[in-house]
Design a protein around this ligand. Structure first.
Ligand code: COA
Length: 415
C-alpha cells in the first residue's frame, strides 16, 4: 500500500529531540528522510544516556526510525557541494540548529532559494523574534518560558516540569503540521516557504487554557474550579492547581488499594455533572443526590475536598483496574495512573502499533513508541534507526556522484 507522503524527500538537518520527532513523523507518513550528520560524531544523542556500551542509545534510536543517515562535513568545500546537491533534489529542509548556525554554514534562505525555489525550509528555534531570539534552548527552558512550569505543580510548591516533552516533541509536532501545510500550498503557488515553530510559542499553544484562566482571573479575581477556592487566596497570576481538572468538571487523583507500597496505585476521578447520581450511589452516599449542599455543580464546588475524600474512601477499597471496570460501566469518566512498565506491556497499545518492538543490529530488540497518528490508507511500519553514515554511499550515488568522486570526498574528510 502507498503512503501519504510518498515522493516527498526531506533533507533532515535536525538533532537532539525537537527536530528529529518532526522528521520521524514525516518518515512514518511515507517521506524519504535523509538525516545529515557530522562524520565520525553524528547526532550527539547517539552517545547520550547510553545503556549498551558502543551501541546507539535508545535516546537516538527512538527518535530516528525510518530514516537514512548520510555523513557530511559542512565545514569542507566538498561537504557543502554535496549539501547543495541535496538541496536541489529535496522538497523540504528541516533544521533545529542554534540561531545563526545554518547561516554560518553559508546555507541562507537566499542560497536555498537560488538552488531550489520549491524547497520548504522548516526550523525549530527556542524563541521567535524578540529579546531571546539568539538563545539556545532545551526542553525544560521551553516549558518554563512557555508558561507551562508556572502553572504546573502543587498549590504551595515550586514551578514544576512535566514529564511530557511538550517543548521538544510538542514543537516537533507543530513543525510537522507547518511543513505539510507548506507542501500543500506549494501545489498551487509552485514556491517553497519558510516554516518556523518556536518552542516557547508551541508550549504556550499547548497551555492556552491557562491564558484563558489568566483573563478570567483578572476579571473576576477568583476561579471556582481551582483548589484555592473557596478558602485559599488568589494572586494576580494563574496559580498552580495540583491535579485539579483543567476544565469545568472537577477531578482529582485518588488513592487505590495498594497505594502504600505501589507509587502508581491511583486513579484520576472526574465528578462529571451528568453522572453525579451514579457517583453518589456507587460510593454509598445516595442521600447526596438530593442534598442541597451537593445537588448542583455550583454547590459542590464549595465542598470538593470532602467530596473527593469520601470518594477516595471508596477507591481505596479497590485496585485501580477494578475501580475502572466499575466506574466505566456507570459512564463515570476516570483513568488509571499507568506506569511506563504497565504501558510497555499493555496489549492494546501493542496491537495498535503504538508500542512496537524493533530489532537493531547493535542493540538487539527494544521497545519504542510507534506512530500515534493512524491513517487508514497510509499504515506505518516502524523500521530501525540508521547507523551513522549507513546510507552515505547509497544517497550520494542517487545524487549522481560517481564512485571515484565519493572516494575523493571521503579522502577529503567531506563525508
Ligand atoms: N558538519 C559540520 N559542522 C556541523 C554539522 C555538520 N554536519 N552539523 C552541525 N555542525 C555544527 C554547526 O555548524 C555549529 O557550528 P558553529 O557553532 O561553529 O556555527 C555546531 O555544529 C553546533 O550546532 P548547534 O546547533 O549550536 O549545537 P549545540 O549542541 O551547541 O546546541 C541546541 C544544541 C539544541 C541547544 C541548539 O541547537 C538549539 O538551541 N537549537 C534550537 C532549539 C532546539 O531545537 N532545541 C531543542 C533541542 S531538543
Amino acid at each position: 500500500m502507498g503512503k501519504a507522503l510518498d515522493g516527498v524527500r526531506i533533507l533532515d538537518f535536525t538533532h537532539v529531540q525537537s527536530g528529529p520527532t518532526c522528521t520521524q513523523l514525516l518518515a512514518w507518513l511515507g517521506a524519504d528522510v535523509i538525516k545529515v550528520e557530522r562524520p565520525g560524531e553524528g547526532d550527539a544523542t547517539r552517545k547520550q544516556l547510553r545503556d549498551i556500551p558502543g551501541a546507539d542509545s535508545l535516546y537516538f534510536t527512538m527518535l530516528n526510525h525510518n530514516k537514512r543517515s548520510v555523513t557530511i562535513n559542512t565545514k569542507t568545500p566538498g561537504g557543502l557541494a554535496v549539501l547543495d546537491r541535496l538541496i536541489k533534489t529535496c522538497d523540504v529542509m528541516v533544521e533545529n540548529f542554534a540561531p545563526g548556525a545554518l547561516e554560518r554554514m553559508g546555507i541562507t534562505w537566499q542560497h536555498i532559494q537560488a538552488l531550489n525555489p520549491r524547497m520548504v525550509v522548516a526550523s525549530v528555534k527556542g524563541f521567535g523574534p524578540g529579546p531571546y531570539q539568539d538563545c539556545k534552548v532545551y526542553e525544560n527552558v521551553a516549558q518554563c518560558a512557555g508558561g507551562a512550569a508556572s502553572t504546573t505543580g502543587e498549590v504551595d510548591g515550586m514551578p514544576l516540569i512535566s514529564g511530557a516533552q511538550i517543548g521538544d516533541s510538542g514543537t516537533g509536532l507543530h513543525l510537522a503540521l507547518g511543513i505539510v501545510a507548506a507542501l500543500y500550498q506549494r501545489n498551487t503557488t509552485g514556491r517553497g516557504q519558510q516554516v518556523l515553530a518556536p518552542m516557547q510559542d508551541a508550549v504556550l499553544n499547548l497551555c492556552r487554557v491557562k491564558l484563558r484562566d489568566q483573563q478570567r482571573l483578572e476579571r473576576t479575581h477568583t476561579m471556582h474550579e481551582y483548589p484555592q477556592y473557596p478558602d485559599g487566596k488568589f494572586g494576580d497570576a494563574v496559580p498552580r492547581a495540583g491535579n485539579a481538572s483543567g476544565g469545568g468538571q472537577p477531578g482529582a487523583i485518588l488513592k487505590c488499594k495498594g497505594w502504600e507500597t505501589d507509587p502508581n496505585a491511583y486513579i484520576y476521578f472526574i465528578t462529571q455533572a451528568a453522572v453525579w447520581p451514579a457517583i453518589c450511589r456507587v460510593i454509598g452516599e445516595p442521600g447526596w443526590i438530593d442534598d442541597e449542599a451537593y445537588a448542583t455543580p455550583q454547590a459542590r464546588l464549595l465542598h470538593l475536598k470532602p467530596i473527593f475524600r469520601r470518594i477516595e474512601q471508596w477507591t481505596m477499597g479497590k485496585d485501580k483496574f477494578e475501580a475502572m471496570d466499575i466506574l466505566n460501566q456507570l459512564d463515570i469518566p476516570c483513568g488509571p495512573i499507568l506506569s511506563m512498565k504497565e504501558i510497555a506491556h499493555e496489549p492494546s497499545l501493542r496491537a495498535s502499533g503504538t508500542v512496537v518492538e524493533v530489532d537493531h543490529p547493535e542493540r538487539g530488540k527494544y521497545l519504542t513508541v510507534g506512530n500515534p497518528i493512524k491513517l487508514s490508507d497510509s499504515p506505518t511500519e516502524v523500521t530501525r534507526s540508521p547507523l551513522l553514515g549507513e546510507h552515505t554511499d547509497e544517497v550520494l550515488a542517487q545524487l549522481g556522484f560517481a564512485a571515484s568522486e565519493i572516494q575523493a570526498l571521503r579522502a577529503e574528510g567531506a563525508i
